[in-house]
Write a protein that binds this ligand. Structure first.
Ligand SMILES: [Zn+2]
Length: 243
């Protein structure tokens, strides 16, 4: 076997996707929040990989992706088969979301924009939280040592399109589902679930009351006993002959 000749041994690299002639190169991030999203990658030094990632996204090399609570999982077409990509973000805590929804509720302008499927530019100042993540953790099954690799970058650029259309995805990536947030903001039409929630809450309160009653019930005899003892002592004292 002559290594020098046996070129077929090596898997051929996938052809670089080229923009179609006459078509303008697509830009990523049409909205301010979409651009901020794409900017997350600008802190990483692998410039070439980022531009290959953009080409991959333009050529629809991201075959499918799923947005979960605080994560994105995707399959990206590669030179030798598909690669699996997972990207994870920091979640906000429950109490943070309560805080955020209370603050949002107090500013009608922000509520109006959210209802209009817009991310209000003032949201950071109004709530004190930064929703666009400034860091992430990512994994790709490709052999590239660099992280983010071009596949991870491609997923970021592909998701930018989705985020342009639905900024609520950013909330989901921070751990809050759109429907749940709308219910917290009292913007949801889905009253059935809120009713169900209210019922659950009522049941909880009833249970708590029952528990309290039980506790009270337990306490009573002890207190009575104590009083009884006190009374006994008193009687003893008073019963003692005085000197
Ligand atoms: Zn990769």
């Amino acid at each position: 076997m002559y290594w020098g000749r046996d070129w077929d041994y090596f898997p051929k690299a996938a052809p670089r996707p080229k923009p179609k002639p006459g078509k303008r190169r697509k830009k990523f991030g049409a909205t301010w929040w979409g651009r901020k999203w794409v900017d997350i990658l600008s802190d990483y030094e692998y410039d070439q990989r980022m531009s290959r990632g953009r080409s991959y996204a333009r050529a629809d090399m991201v075959k499918k992706f799923e947005i979960g609570e605080n994560s994105i999982s995707a399959k990206v077409k590669g030179s030798s088969g598909d690669y699996s990509v997972t990207i994870t973000f920091d979640k906000f805590k429950k109490k943070d979301w309560k805080n955020i929804s209370n603050k949002l509720k107090s500013v009608p302008l922000l509520m109006g924009k959210l209802l209009n499927n817009e991310m209000p530019e003032e949201i950071g100042d109004a709530t004190g939280y930064c929703f666009i993540p400034d860091s992430f953790e990512a994994e790709c099954s490709c052999p590239d040592y660099a992280n983010p690799c071009k596949h991870i970058a491609a997923v970021f650029y592909t998701v930018a399109d989705e985020i342009d259309h639905d900024p609520m995805i950013i909330f989901k990536l921070r751990g809050m589902e759109k429907d749940k947030l709308l219910r917290m903001l009292e913007l949801s039409d889905d009253i059935t679930e809120t009713k169900e929630d209210a019922k659950k809450e009522k049941r909880k309160v009833k249970k708590k009351k029952k528990k309290k009653k039980k506790k009270k019930g337990n306490k009573l005899p002890v207190q009575r006993k104590k009083k009884a003892i006190k009374r006994k002592r008193k009687t003893k004292k008073s019963g003692k002959p005085k000197k």
